[in-house]
Ligand binder design. Structure first.
Ligand code: P6P
Length: 342
């Protein structure tokens, strides 16, 4: 095969760019970057590899009796979401540039005093969203959001002021989906980029760069068991979708947010978790579920709203607050806002 034929082959498209290299290249958008963000992101990818390896073995629980009993070291083996939370905290605590961690699993933010004045970043995460689906082998995911500590509060004991920033302030956001393959998706505000974990080398390899969500999609995703307690505008919108011929819609609902969002990002359409009787403020959390996905949606050309406002504009009042969420292709999100405004 001639060199030119070889170059036009598979390797030319993938260029074999690792996530580490890509994050370094993204720094060109930040002339003042010192590489510390790259070092932080390598902590997240390290944790992702450990979590992926553990999730892959979850099915062996019953066979090997690994979880819920003690392991060979006599340690009590933890539930997967606790494991994921511990791995993320351990991977980020010693990066030196993270000042505060906030997790779905921890009531309060964790201030990393050891980082001192170097701890410029706040990292929020849902360590293993949808973990209840692992028993039935449905994809689950890790969601993360990165903020920069606000100079005014820098070094203050009250860390909450640093954490409770609107989604527009995110310097990066992303998720890892543990599915048929492990895919890492992130943005630093300059496009959405997708990487697949090569289990043999442990490298995340670029496979989609500057991904664009379709401006319109024919898939809607909502738990229709809750339709009885949806607002009239939501019910009217669902009737509209079912009656539509162009496009003719289909329904897909996995019940794992990362899986439902990943499909929406790639194929378009809309994911909805409206307010319900059981979850009057919506079920999904603003800070480490809705905000990171809303930044990715916007960077890919889509939208995310709580029904009236842009999710990224919401000024948070508490770490674990919930929000109704309508996220996906521009056309569908703008349509649902019209129905909700009637
Ligand atoms: P429901 C999983 O438990 C989760 O937090 C999200 O991942 C998912 O989108 C949602 O809950 C599903 O909730 O009420 O439809 O089962």
């Amino acid at each position: 095969m001639s060199q030119s034929q070889h170059d036009s082959g598979h390797f030319a498209e993938t260029r074999m760019v690792s996530l580490q290299e890509h994050v370094m290249m993204q720094q060109r958008h930040h002339p003042t970057a010192t590489g510390e963000f790259t070092w932080l992101m390598s902590g997240i990818t390290k944790a992702a590899r450990f979590i992926a390896a553990k999730v892959r073995r979850a099915g062996l629980v019953d066979i090997l009796g690994e979880f819920g009993t003690t392991n060979v070291q006599g340690e009590t083996v933890q539930k997967l979401d606790i494991f994921a939370n511990d791995v993320l905290i351990k991977s980020l605590t010693y990066r030196g540039n993270v000042g505060i961690l906030a997790s779905e699993e921890n009531d309060e933010p964790v201030v990393l005093h050891e980082s001192g004045a170097q701890g410029r970043y706040v990292v929020l995460f849902d360590p293993l969203d949808g973990s209840s689906n692992i028993d039935v082998n449905i994809s689950v995911g890790t969601i993360f959001s990165i903020l920069r500590r606000q100079d005014a509060s820098f070094g203050q004991v009250d860390s909450l002021a640093d954490v409770l920033q609107p989604g527009l302030k995110q310097v990066a956001a992303g998720y890892v989906i543990y599915g048929s393959s492990t895919v890492f998706v992130y943005t630093t505000g300059h496009g959405v980029h997708l990487f697949t974990l090569d289990p043999t080398t442990g490298a995340f390899i670029l496979h989609r760069e500057n991904l664009r969500m379709p401006d319109s999609g024919s898939i809607y995703s909502v738990n229709e068991a809750n339709v009885g307690s949806f607002a009239p505008g939501v019910r009217a919108y669902l009737d509209h979708l079912k009656a539509s011929q162009d496009p003719a819609y289909t329904s897909r609902y996995v019940g794992s947010f990362v899986a439902d969002f990943h499909r929406t990002l790639l194929k378009g359409g809309i994911f909805m978790y409206p307010a319900t009787a059981k979850s009057p403020s919506g079920k999904l959390r603003l800070m480490y579920e809705a905000n990171p996905m809303a930044l990715l949606a916007r960077e890919a050309g889509g939208l995310a709203t709580d029904g009236s406002a842009d999710v990224l504009d919401i000024v948070p009042t508490s770490l674990h607050q919930r929000t109704p969420l309508y996220i996906g292709s521009r056309r569908q999100v703008e349509e649902v806002k019209e129905f909700l405004a009637r």
